[in-house]
Design a protein around this ligand. Structure first.
Ligand code: 5HY
Length: 255
C-alpha cells in the first residue's frame, strides 16, 4: 500500500524527520511517499498560517501518483475535511490520529505542544474531536516549531520538563506530542516518563494501514462528497471544482 505523507509547511528538513518516523513504524508492504508543500509558510503556528497552507496541501493530494491513503503531518490538521472531500482515499490528520490512539492506552492524556497560541488552536481540536473527557490538559512549551530542529534551543529538555509536569499536575497517564516536528522525541520521552508517548505521525500511518486494510474509503454521502462545480475567481480560478484540477470525476479517480 502507498501512503502519501504530506508536510503542509515548506520546511524540507522537517519532512525528512517526519518521513523517518513514518518509515520506522510502517509495515513491510507499506510505501511512504513523503512530500513537502511547495507553497506556504515555513512553519504553521497560527490560524493564518493554517489557512495559507491549505492550497499547498491540496496540490499534494491532487498531484499524481495517487495514494491509498494520505496523512497530513501537521498537528493543527489543516485542511483535513477539505482533503477528505476531494479524494475517496482515507485522509488522516496527526492530531486526530494521536488523540484516538491515546484513548486506547489511557483514560486521560495531556497534549504537549509548541507555542501558547498553538495551545488554544489545539483546544479547539480537542472539542471538535469530542476529546474533552479524555484530554486532561493542553500544555504549551513556547518552543517555536523550527526551534525543535536546533539542538541549541534545548527543546528536548523543555518538552521533557513539561511532560513531567503533566504527569503530576494533570494526573495524565499518556502524552500526545503536539507537533509533527516532535516525531523523533517519542522514544526518548517514553523511556524517561515510563508512560505511553504518542507521536501522531506514527499513529496516523498505522491507522492508515488499518483502514486501508479494511477496505474502507471516505464516505461520499453527505458533506464529504466532492465539492460542487462552480466558478472560482482570481488567484484560485484553476482550483474551481469541476474544471479538471479538483473535480468530482478527477478526484475520485485520484483516490
Ligand atoms: C506542526 N506546525 O505539526 C504544527 C504544530 C504546531 O508547522 N507543524 C507545524 O506546533 O503548531
Amino acid at each position: 500500500m502507498r501512503i502519501k505523507l504530506i508536510n503542509p509547511n515548506t520546511t524540507g528538513s522537517m519532512t525528512d524527520l517526519i518521513a523517518a518516523a513514518a518509515r520506522s513504524v510502517a509495515a513491510p508492504g507499506t510505501e511512504i511517499i513523503a512530500a513537502t508543500s511547495r507553497s506556504g509558510p515555513a512553519s504553521i503556528e497560527c490560524h493564518f498560517d493554517e489557512a495559507m497552507s491549505v492550497v499547498g496541501l491540496i496540490d499534494e493530494i491532487i498531484d499524481a501518483p495517487a495514494a491509498d491513503a494520505y496523512v497530513i503531518a501537521c498537528f493543527g490538521d489543516p485542511g483535513l475535511l477539505a482533503a477528505r472531500e476531494i479524494t475517496d482515499a482515507p485522509v488522516f490528520g496527526i492530531a486526530e490520529a494521536a488523540m484516538h490512539a491515546a484513548t486506547f492506552v489511557s483514560t486521560g492524556f495531556s497534549v504537549v505542544t509548541t507555542l501558547e497560541r498553538t495551545r488554544i488552536i489545539t483546544e479547539h481540536l480537542v472539542r471538535n474531536y469530542g476529546m474533552e473527557h479524555q484530554c486532561r490538559r493542553v500544555r504549551a512549551t513556547d518552543v517555536p516549531v523550527l526551534e525543535l530542529e536546533r539542538p541549541e534551543s534545548n527543546a528536548r529538555a523543555t518538552i521533557l520538563a513539561e511532560c513531567e509536569r503533566a504527569l503530576v499536575e494533570d494526573q495524565s497517564s499518556a502524552i500526545v506530542l503536539g507537533c509533527a516536528g516532535m516525531a523523533d522525541l517519542a522514544a526518548y520521552l517514553e523511556d524517561r516518563l515510563q508512560i505511553p508517548v504518542i507521536d501522531g505521525v506514527a499513529a496516523a500511518v498505522k491507522f492508515a494501514e488499518a483502514i486501508v486494510g479494511m477496505g474502507l474509503k471516505t464516505s461520499k454521502r453527505g458533506d464529504l462528497a466532492p465539492p460542487l462545480p462552480k466558478i472560482y475567481r482570481g488567484k484560485l480560478a484553476s482550483y474551481a471544482p469541476g474544471n479538471g484540477l479538483v473535480g468530482s470525476t478527477t478526484s475520485l479517480k485520484a483516490g
